[in-house]
Design a protein around this ligand. Structure first.
Ligand code: PAF
Length: 282
């Protein structure tokens, strides 16, 4: 695995691979890698010749400075995992390289960044879109691999690619779960052992809400089930939404259509977690 923090070096490598007719897959990460990230790398490995990963904790997508400070960083272990799992090129830029004091461009996505995460994390998706655009322009991948766990991010990145004519295809990789159901996330590292066990309530609540809707009961019934499960497990619910993955707007009918996805966010202890589940499939 070649590892570099230099844009010029990455660009030179990419042009060499492209001149050899190789297809490039890109897996952006913020590090603290877990099996969810490794499944992105494995999916990329199957589809392309060269897998480029990045590790960069992007400051512009954090609206809370404490969250940025506390974000887990594990760089040596991460490098080992990526090398063992087939990453060919690792891009590890510094803040100076990515921003050099520049942070003036803002993105707006209409309704897409006003709901759910957008409501609770103002400016977050503008920061994500900015860094992902920079990465796409540097790496020029044929495919970008993103996890379904960050469903709203995925919808927004698809929009970004479409509107800015990025010449690549976004591939969605399904959520990886711990054996008791908790969606894998770097933030899980911040949960105490006890809270990590209790955090299974997020996926249990989604599964229960899903079966209520599949039995053609109302969205109110699904919502009140989620609320009571959270209350019983002393978890704090921020939102539970039934949306279309196309526009992220609340659905009020036709729940059994393939675009329906249930999204949830809340706190277990002082750690904020999100999860989602399609009504059809996982
Ligand atoms: O999903 C993430 O880890 C980040 O939002 C991303 C896409 C790497 C951009 O910083």
């Amino acid at each position: 695995m070649i590892s570099t923090g230099s844009i010029a070096e990455i660009q030179a490598l990419i042009s060499k691979f492209k001149s050899e007719g190789k297809k490039i897959g890109f897996v952006p990460t913020m590090g603290a890698l877990h099996d969810g990230h490794l499944s992105l790398v494995a999916t990329a490995k199957e589809k392309v010749d060269i897998v480029v990963c990045s590790i960069y904790v992007n400051p512009t997508q954090f609206n809370n400075q404490d969250d940025l400070k506390q974000y887990p960083r594990n760089i040596e272990a991460d490098k080992g995992l990526l090398a063992e799992n087939g990453c060919d090129v690792l891009f590890l830029p510094s803040d100076e390289v990515m921003y050099a004091g520049r942070n003036t461009i803002k993105f707006e996505f209409g309704d897409l960044d006003k709901v759910m995460e957008g409501k609770f994390r103002p400016g977050h998706f503008s920061g994500v879109a900015l860094i992902v655009s920079k990465f796409f322009n540097i790496v020029l991948p044929d495919y970008g691999f993103f996890g379904q766990k960050d469903l709203q991010q995925l919808t927004i990145i698809k929009k970004l690619v479409e509107e800015l004519f990025f010449n690549l295809e976004i591939i969605t990789v399904p959520i990886k779960r711990e054996p008791h159901g908790l969606a894998m996330s770097s933030r899980n590292e911040r949960l105490s052992k006890e809270d990590r066990e209790k955090a299974k309530i997020f996926s249990i609540a989604l599964t229960e809400a899903k079966s209520i809707l599949m039995e053609k009961q109302s969205s109110e019934a699904a919502k009140s089930k989620v609320e009571s499960l959270f209350a019983n497990h002393k978890a704090e619910l921020e939102y539970f939404e039934i949306v279309s993955d196309k526009d992220l707007l609340t659905k009020t009918e036709n729940y059994l259509a393939p675009d329906t996805v249930l999204c949830i966010a809340g706190f277990m202890g002082n750690v904020r977690l999100i999860d989602n589940m399609y009504l059809s499939g996982v």
